[in-house]
Structure formats: C-alpha cells, structure tokens
Design a protein around this ligand. Structure first.
Ligand code: ADP
Length: 195
C-alpha cells in the first residue's frame, strides 16, 4: 500500500521524521509531499524544503519526496496512493485534522486518512516553534536534523548558531520584546530526546 504524507514541512522537524520512519515500516512506500499552501508565508522555498527532507530521510529505503500545488486527494490519485498519513500531537490538532479527513472523504471515498500518534518526546514540537526559538537565538539542534538547524540560522542572519559560539552560549534574547517563548524552558527530556 502506498501512503502520502502531506504537509508544509517548513522545515522538517524530528517529529515529522519520526512519523516518516514509523510510516515507512507500515507501508510499502511513503511519498512525502510538500504542499503549496497559499495561506502560509513559508521561511523556506519549496526546493529548499525538498532538499532538506531528502537529506534527512536518506536512511529510509521506501521513500519518495515530491511537491504539489493542488488538492492532496488529486495528488494521491496520480500516485495510486490509498492512504493519507497524518500525525496527531495534542488535542488541538484533532479538530482540524478530523475536519480535513472528513472533507477529503467527500472528495474521494477510495482514500483513507490514517493518523499516527506522535511519539511522546515530540508531542510539543512544531515547525513554528522551532523557528520561534531560532529567531530568538535559542538552541534547536535537538529538534531538527543538523543541516536544517544550520539552514534556519542562516535565514536569521544576525543570529549566531549556538554550537558555533564559544562556551555554547546562546544569543541573548531581545530584552524589549515580549514573546510567549521568553519564559519557555525545555524539560530535560525535551533537551535530550532519545534518537
Ligand atoms: P500542515 O501545514 O499540513 O499542518 P505540517 O508540516 O505542520 O503541515 O505537518 C504535517 C503533518 O505532520 C501534520 O499531520 C502534523 O500534524 C504532523 N506533525 C507535525 N509535527 C509533528 C510532531 N511533532 N509529531 C507528530 N506529527 C507531527
């Protein structure tokens, strides 16, 4: 059975990678497809995201990486895929995901949405969270593949990569700005997830 794993992947995180690896064990083939979402302003171009995903998934044998501008079910049909794979994290994901699954069912009765529950250590993790941490100079190496961390820091040109600075000191957070992540402290588990 062929499964499509659609998303923005702006950028791919270890949470996405976990779903890809586990999905790869369940399905004959996994097609990770970067969907072009007109409502989002991405940090990375589609070709950058494709490159990041390809590098991060070299060890997954049955994977293809692609992009698509259109409806996921239409793309699934072109690939003869029967499954749309999605990840579920917290309860707040559920409402949107269920709505999407039901909507897709009205567009194609042949395609099933399958949800994989996030692994515990990635339940808090999202691409937006990673970008917010990096923007304020925090460490993200434990949240995304190494090459993605470098790409993100290059985007926020004024920030130094925490690992490249002496004593591994993080860039100071801007003192004037109020931001929800200013008080965010990762737990030990989150700092050192099992790989
Ligand atoms: P979208 O814009 O379609 O939500 P994302 O790239 O944010 O695209 O996510 C793609 C899929 O990966 C979604 O099903 C999302 O719930 C899932 N996902 C994202 N982060 C995680 C995570 N940390 N653990 C499990 N699934 C995740």
């Amino acid at each position: 059975m062929i499964a499509i794993y659609p998303g923005s992947f702006d950028p791919i995180t270890l949470g996405h990678l976990d779903i890809i690896e586990r999905g790869g064990r369940l399905f004959e083939q996994i097609i990770v497809v970067v969907l072009i979402n007109p409502h989002k302003t991405p940090l990375f171009s589609v070709s950058q995201r494709l490159q990041q995903i390809r590098l991060a998934t070299q060890h997954v044998p049955n994977i293809t990486v692609d992009s698509y501008n259109g409806l996921t079910v239409d793309y699934a049909r072109t690939q003869q895929a029967q499954v749309l794979l999605r990840g579920l994290r917290v309860l707040s994901d559920f409402e949107g995901e269920l709505q999407m699954a039901h909507t897709n069912k009205t567009l194609s009765t042949q395609i099933e949405t399958v949800f994989l529950a996030t692994s515990n250590e990635y339940s808090f993790l999202s691409s937006s969270l990673v970008k917010e941490i990096a923007k304020f100079g925090g460490p993200i190496d434990h949240l995304v593949p190494q090459h993605v961390a470098i790409d993100i820091y290059q985007c926020y040109a004024n920030k130094t990569h925490p690992r490249s600075s002496p004593n591994n000191q993080h860039s100071p957070l801007p003192s004037q700005e109020s931001h929800p992540l200013l008080d965010w402290t990762p737990t030990q588990k989150q700092r050192e997830p099992e790989r």
